[in-house]
Design a binder for this molecule. Structure first.
Ligand code: ZN
Length: 500
């Protein structure tokens, strides 16, 4: 092939950038897990230096001309996989190279100012102190879309596409509308039920025991601890890649199963990363598609698997053994109900898998209106509170509990929220397909064997890298476009028998 040298050279450059990114990821993991308080300043300098080197490497002119030559002269001669590598490298290159240095500096400066303003505003529950920073973040978000050739009316789509390649607000809108119509009455039915979960018998489970249990669970569902680990951080996350996957959890006294479920969730992310072919790390053949697909993996393991009966049939005896819990303390049915507790909560991250989607629909609706100009930043708290009443039947008691609860907008992360809900829909669609192809799978879960599920996900999702965009991958694997019907059916099937 004519361009094989250029392809080899491109891959070598991408690998180098990937190595650098893995170093940045590791240093940033350390910052959230280990960093002594007095060393924060030093770490900021280190991160700034790494960011500078990364920016230089990823906007290198020779990288740009390599891409030009591969696209112009050899496009037709490239294999499908090579085209994927070139396409994704171009996407990454343009995302950085098209931004003027002055804009990047302005954006970085605003990010840290806006973050501190958000922290203070949240402490005081005073949105007006944060509003000017949000205005500026929105201006920058429109400006950034402009550098990539998007008109102002398509700016929100640009940011959605950043997280989930190929997705647009207009495609998400009808999905969320249908989901909302099905969810609002379902949530009402569940929360009005006299049946309530009671987690009090689990309060005070020893942290040591929780650590042991979650390690056993995550190992059994397939996380490879020989190239990954789990630690503790304020907010659980998963970082790294297939060669070295880092995840974190947290132990919360008032929510005794939080560490377990957040660990299963992060393991879902970790398994996706560990399933990427190591030989392709840094190229489009060895990377996750986007946030929604990533989230579908974490949600599938956390919810469809981890909150299911077969999972608990296998793990319950060990859970009781570790914590010395007899059935007189909490019955099997109560334990299962606690693992599937549904409760209205004003805070998104404290919400269960049923009500969570309504929190996302609220944010999507408001982001869309902020971008299309039908909502002013100054009117945002009122709009938030009104929509919260419409969707959840809850009015936040102040801005800290409402519009100021999430960090995302302070960092200019727009178009990120929809991924969570799309991920839930995709997880339910995958689950349907999985049960059609392997109808006896849950019998294996009861025996503690999750290997066939993992092998299926490896083949259909993990090993695909970025060959297909979000919608195309879902269609290939499930035979359908993204649709809310399987999620609604799954939620009704799981929760109505428990609560009604
Ligand atoms: Zn997640």
């Amino acid at each position: 092939m004519k361009n094989s040298n250029a392809t080899t050279e491109l891959v070598a450059k991408l690998r180098r950038i990937n190595q650098l990114e893995s170093v940045i990821g590791l240093v940033s993991w350390d910052e959230q897990v280990n960093l002594p308080e007095g060393s924060v300043g030093r770490r900021a300098d280190q991160m700034a230096l790494l960011a500078e080197i990364h920016h230089r490497e990823s906007t290198d002119a020779t990288l740009g001309s390599l891409l030009d030559s591969l696209e112009v002269e050899g496009g037709a001669e490239l294999s499908f996989d090579e085209q994927v590598v070139v396409r994704e490298a171009r996407r990454d290159f343009d995302r950085v190279a098209k931004l003027p240095a002055e804009f990047v500096a302005r954006k970085a400066a605003l990010e840290s100012q806006a973050y501190h303003a958000w922290e203070l505003a949240r402490e005081d529950a005073d949105f007006s102190a944060f509003a000017p920073f949000l205005e500026r973040q929105l201006d920058l978000a429109r400006e950034e879309a402009g550098y990539h050739g998007h008109t102002e009316s398509a700016a929100y789509d640009f940011h959605i596409d950043t997280n989930d390649p190929g997705m647009k607000a207009a495609a998400i809108e009808p999905l969320f509308a249908e989901l909302r119509a099905g969810l609002v009455p379902l949530v009402r039915e569940i929360v009005d039920s006299p049946i309530k979960a009671d987690s009090s018998p689990l309060i005070g489970l020893s942290v040591e025991g929780q650590r042991t249990f979650l390690k056993e669970v995550t190992e059994r569902i397939g996380f490879d601890y020989s190239r990954g680990r789990v630690d503790v951080s304020v907010h659980p996350f998963c970082s790294g890649d297939a060669a070295d996957t880092r995840m974190t959890t947290r132990f919360m006294g008032h929510a005794p199963l939080e560490a377990l479920f957040s660990s299963i969730h992060e393991t879902g992310h970790g398994l996706y990363e560990q399933g990427q072919p190591i030989e392709h790390l840094g190229t489009g053949l060895g990377r996750a598609v986007g946030m929604a697909i990533h989230e579908s993996q974490s949600r599938l393991w956390e919810n469809q698997v981890g909150r299911g009966r077969p999972f608990w049939r296998f793990f319950e005896p060990r859970f009781r053994e570790i914590f010395g819990l007899g059935t007189d303390g909490i019955s099997s049915d109560q334990l299962f109900l606690t693992a599937n507790e549904v409760k209205l909560h004003p805070i998104r991250v404290e919400s269960d898998e049923v009500t969570y989607n309504l929190h996302i629909i609220l944010r999507f609706e408001l982001e869309k209106r902020l971008f299309d100009g039908t909502l002013e930043v100054s009117d945002l708290p009122d709009a938030w509170n009104a929509l919260s009443v419409e969707l959840l039947g809850l009015s936040p008691k102040n801005d800290a509990e409402g519009v100021l609860q999430d960090v995302h907008w302070s960092g200019g992360d727009f178009g990120y929220f929809p991924s969570y809900c799309l991920g839930n829909m995709i997880a339910a669609q995958l689950w349907d397909r999985i049960n059609v192809e392997m109808p006896d799978l849950e019998r294996e879960f009861e025996k503690g064997d999750f290997s066939r599920l993992l092998a299926w996900l490896r083949e259909k999702i993990h090993h695909q890298g970025q060959r297909y965009d979000t919608m195309a991958l879902v269609r290939r694997v499930t035979g359908q476009m993204i649709t809310p019907a399987p999620l609604l059916r799954y939620l009704r099937d799981r929760y109505l028998p428990l609560y009604c």
